[in-house]
Design a protein around this ligand. Structure first.
Ligand code: ATP
Length: 326
């Protein structure tokens, strides 16, 4: 059966492609082509149809390509890549990566998807993941240090994501404890680290990243807080989503190696440089419970330092959401 992506890859925003040409190319009926176009439109990609001319995409569509991604990786990351899978659609890249075989120590596997139908956020929340709009990736990494030392990976990897996005010229970046990247005060990207122990003592780290790249160009995006994408805050956008993936993976692998070798330095100071909430009045939400205070950065364990009338409390990542006080 004809998959809609076969039609999508033939469509362009600069020229029309006739329905008849598609029928002949794939040896299918008009109705099949019509169904593929309807599926493409249902994914938020607008297609123009002009009688006598054919179909044209209203905006360019930038698809993932695993060969291109591999060719753009740094030699450090490329040498450690055990497996790469580029899926069209998956419930969650983290869920999928968690079921893969663990690579050898020092190597990693990479799962990417054009869309997630049940992208995971923290605490069972959903990460909105429309088709071909953003980057959704999971790195599967065999942890070599004890699991209880891995809490610090969340701020370390958030910093490394921010660094990668900065290298792609996104302006106005900041970090929101514990795992979000903001851009001009709107949510741009999130990180979800999950782990599972193995009977033989090895531990799977699954590092999931969602980065909004071109989402502002797509229709029907419904998110219950302010968000933005890289495209909106990068002057003269020239990057492909493959570029974004390669930069994120390079930066992640380099940070994971520093974590394993215990050579990552300056966590508290680097965080402070990018801290969205630094010295602001904030609220910590945990279920019905709300605690107010002033955010004073993080400590070397990655805990949030919250100043209240009782002094400075260390808050560890858990069932907590940090919000600016309004
Ligand atoms: P927060 O602290 O912002 O409440 P969180 O850290 O508890 O979030 P996350 O896993 O970071 O939870 O993100 C899930 C939330 O992020 C969703 O409930 C939604 O509000 C928002 N969101 C979902 N998809 C996107 C997206 N693509 N871009 C930006 N924000 C999103």
């Amino acid at each position: 059966m004809l998959h809609f992506t076969e039609v999508l890859t033939l469509l362009d925003n600069n020229r029309y492609c006739s329905g008849q040409a598609l029928v002949q190319r794939f040896n299918v009926t008009r109705a099949t082509i019509h169904n593929c176009i309807a599926k493409i439109e249902s994914l938020g990609i607008s297609v123009e149809l002009i009688r006598g001319l054919g179909y044209r995409l209203m905006q360019p569509v930038d698809l993932l390509n695993h060969a291109e991604i591999q060719s753009k990786l740094s030699s450090q990351a490329a040498n450690k890549l055990a497996d790469i899978q580029c899926l069209q659609e998956v419930d969650s890249t983290n869920r999928y990566a968690g079921e893969l075989e663990l690579p050898q120590p020092g190597e990693f596997s990479l799962v990417l998807a054009e869309m997630q139908t049940a992208g995971k956020g923290r605490r069972g929340r959903q990460w909105v993941s429309p088709y071909a709009a953003n980057v959704y990736l999971s790195v599967l990494w065999p942890l070599q240090r004890p699991l209880h030392e891995a809490g610090i990976l969340s701020p370390m990897l958030a910093i490394s994501m921010l660094t990668a996005l900065g290298q792609l010229d996104v302006s106005g970046l900041s970090l929101k404890w514990p795992n979000d990247i903001y851009c001009h005060n709107k949510k741009l990207a999130g990180l979800l680290i999950e782990s599972s122990g193995e009977i033989n003592g090895g531990c799977k780290m699954i590092i999931g990243m969602g980065v909004n790249v071109l989402m502002s160009q797509f229709e029907n995006v419904n998110i219950d807080q302010q968000w933005t994408d890289m495209y909106s805050y990068t002057q003269d956008w020239q990057h492909s989503r493959n570029d974004v993936v390669a930069k994120l993976v390079d930066s992640t692998v380099s940070t994971l190696i520093q974590f394993e070798n215990n050579t990552f330095e300056g966590l508290v100071e680097i965080w402070s440089q990018w801290d969205l909430m630094k010295d602001k009045h904030v609220e910590l939400h945990s279920g019905q419970f709300v605690q107010a205070g002033v955010a004073r950065g993080i400590d070397s364990d990655g805990c949030l330092l919250l100043e209240t009338s009782k002094g400075v409390e260390k808050i560890s990542v858990g069932d907590i959401s940090l919000r600016a006080r309004v």
